[in-house]
Design a protein around this ligand. Structure first.
Ligand SMILES: [Zn+2]
Length: 249
């Protein structure tokens, strides 16, 4: 670590649980963020500022006016540009040391498996079931921790699926892949700052996993009711008949 890095990350390094070792772990890390929308905005911003060495950003969407209410990494000047290139501009301005890889299309399973070979943590900031189930499969096959968040209306939820820990549930243990109708923010609405709360928790969990400190949310689902501003914690169990994690083990 050079002098600039020691200064830039000094408030991390001051923490005994982080120290030089933890910061070096972040600098050496590679994180894939899928979705550069409402959740991906705070996640990518905090991971870049925290000094995560390599970020792979995946999103096939372009920036629209109706995104700017909540997708705070993007700006008016970026309307019409791809979300990954818009995010790149902002992240480079925050921390030019971070190596960014941009993928501006949806990847199929084989492509995702290839692209996650040397990824340390996968962060699901997507807004649809198909992507969530796909990322879960990739996480299970690769033995890769998956930090998962979702938000709609006045509600949010966040957890970690960690296939490295024996007996831990995966996303498919909790949700059946029935192709059910999904609710979207474009139809149901979302109170903007809730995304920074849920995305913020995702960023915290990602950094902790990379530094290997603290207790992760693996096995616990946090549910936020922002209308009453209360959190619930649900213990999650592995489904012994789960077609994804039982097959992968
Ligand atoms: Zn499972």
């Amino acid at each position: 670590m050079n002098d600039d890095q020691l200064l830039r990350y000094s408030r991390h390094i001051l923490l005994p649980q982080v120290d030089i070792k933890g910061q070096q772990a972040l600098l050496d890390a590679h994180v894939m963020i899928v979705g550069l929308g409402g959740l991906g905005s705070p996640v990518a911003t905090y991971l870049a500022a925290s000094g995560v060495g390599r970020l792979t950003l995946v999103d096939d969407d372009i920036v629209e006016l109706s995104n700017l209410q909540r997708q705070v990494i993007h700006s008016e000047a970026q309307i019409g540009h791809s979300k990954v290139s818009s995010a790149e501009d902002r992240l480079k301005a925050i921390n030019s040391d971070v190596e960014l890889q941009l993928i501006d299309r949806r990847l199929d399973k084989a492509e995702l498996l290839a692209a996650t070979q040397d990824v340390d943590v996968l962060v699901d900031c997507s807004d649809n079931f198909a992507t969530r189930f796909l990322l879960n499969e990739v996480s299970q096959v690769q033995g890769l921790p998956l930090v998962s968040g979702a938000a709609i209306r006045f509600e949010g939820q966040v957890t970690v699926y960690d296939p490295r820990q024996p007996g831990m549930p995966c996303y498919r243990c909790l949700y059946e892949d029935k192709g059910e109708l999904e609710e979207t923010c474009s139809e149901s609405g979302i109170l903007s700052p809730i995304l920074s709360v849920i995305g913020g928790v995702q960023a915290v969990e990602t950094v902790k996993l990379l530094m290997d400190v603290g207790d992760s949310l693996a096995g616990r689902l946090l549910i936020l009711d922002a209308f009453s501003m209360s959190w619930r914690e649900i213990k999650m169990k592995q489904d012994p008949t789960c077609p994804v994690c039982q097959k992968a083990e």
